[in-house]
Write a protein that binds this ligand. Structure first.
Ligand code: NDP
Length: 326
């Protein structure tokens, strides 16, 4: 038996509890992992609260990320004792996830944990941090460099936002951090933000084209915010869009794309191919400062993850939450 967060849906609402689960109930995949740390991402908040239908079947152990050690494997690529991490692939949505002491995965879903990170640090990064790096690398592929101008990060005090601010500042960009929490201004400046923008400036319906302000952006919010971010991007700039914290819709016009040559780069972490994942994790290992990572991270026990889920969705959590599943 092992301890896990267990989601059931007896009627039309999701019930979450910490349960003792039989190992025999784990899905029938090749690699059994003894999980050390997991984390809480926005999507885990949706799964645990049932606020959006991200869980495809019940009962479910949520948790789209985990870090741990291989305990059994029939996949020749993975040996007992290997240190691994998993991000995405529908784990915690369609397949049992990481918010428990054991998990079982297809060998294809795992990558080796970079030696630079402990299991707790790997989960402090988690899907949120790895997605932040996917966004930064998309801007890089588009040719954006610090001499092109400032870069905006929306939802800056959240998980993806905090890591994106840190990484972009580290790369020498002048970072504008958009937040709804002015009390987090000092925190964001400590991560390297040069200026704070009130998110209310971006969240109402705007014009198709507005004053050119930033050369690039990482957007975690979507909806009017993303539309306004594109409408205020400088000629030839790029916006990496990864999130929907403000809404799934995109009430925009094509004006920024056809009149200013702006590029909208979509970012998906869940099904991203292995090469892109490994490149993102390698860059995180090379660039992310351990002290900065510690500054954005709070560790909680497994039992507290259920209460933290609605707090995360409400935008009350700063930075990243690591879950000690043991
Ligand atoms: P967090 O909850 O940690 O951060 C979200 C932040 O968005 C909040 O901290 C807040 O920042 C801001 N925010 C919240 N609600 C609103 C609102 N109504 N309007 C405007 N801003 C709001 O979540 P994550 O960082 O884990 O994830 C951010 C987004 O990215 C989510 O939508 C998530 O689903 C998505 N995501 C997508 C991935 C992909 O593969 N494409 C992977 C990972 C995440 P502040 O207080 O600073 O304003």
């Amino acid at each position: 038996m092992f301890r896990a967060i267990y989601l059931e849906k007896p009627a039309d609402r999701t019930e979450a509890r910490v349960a003792d689960v039989d190992e025999a109930e784990l899905p029938d995949y090749e690699v059994t992992v003894r999980v050390a740390h997991s984390t809480l991402n926005y999507k885990d908040g949706l799964a645990i609260t049932g606020k959006a239908p991200v869980v495809r079947r019940f009962p479910m152990v949520p948790g789209i990320d985990y870090a741990g050690r291989v305990e059994a494997s029939s996949d020749p690529r993975w040996q007992v004792g290997d240190e691994v991490i998993l991000n995405g692939w529908g784990v915690g949505e369609a397949h049992w996830g990481g918010l428990g002491q054991y998990a079982r995965a297809k060998g294809d879903w795992l990558i080796a944990r970079p030696a630079a990170f402990s299991t707790a640090q790997a989960m402090a990064i988690g899907t949120a941090g790895y997605t932040a790096m996917l966004c930064v690398q998309a801007l890089e592929r588009a040719g954006l460099t610090p001499d092109h101008g400032e870069v905006l990060v929306t939802g800056a005090a959240g998980g993806v936002g905090s890591v994106a601010v840190t990484l972009l500042a580290q790369r020498g960009f002048r970072v504008l951090a958009s937040t709804g929490r002015p009390a987090q201004a000092d925190y964001l400046k400590s991560l390297g933000a040069a200026e704070i923008i009130d998110r209310a400036e971006l969240s109402a319906a705007g014009k198709p084209l507005m004053k050119e302000r930033w050369a690039g952006a990482v957007d975690t919010v979507g909806s009017h915010t993303l539309a306004n971010v594109c409408a205020s991007t400088r000629y030839g700039g790029t916006v990496a869009a990864c999130g929907l914290a403000g809404g799934m819709d995109l009430p925009a016009t094509v004006a920024p794309f056809i009149l200013r040559g702006v590029t909208l780069a979509g970012i998906d972490s869940v099904m991203a191919p292995r090469a892109r994942r490994e490149a993102a994790w390698a860059a995180l290992a090379a660039e992310l400062d351990a002290a900065q990572l510690a500054a954005i991270t709070t560790e909680i026990p497994l039992a507290d993850a259920i209460a933290a889920a609605p707090e995360l969705l409400a935008g009350h959590i700063r930075g990243r939450l690591v879950v000690d599943v043991n």
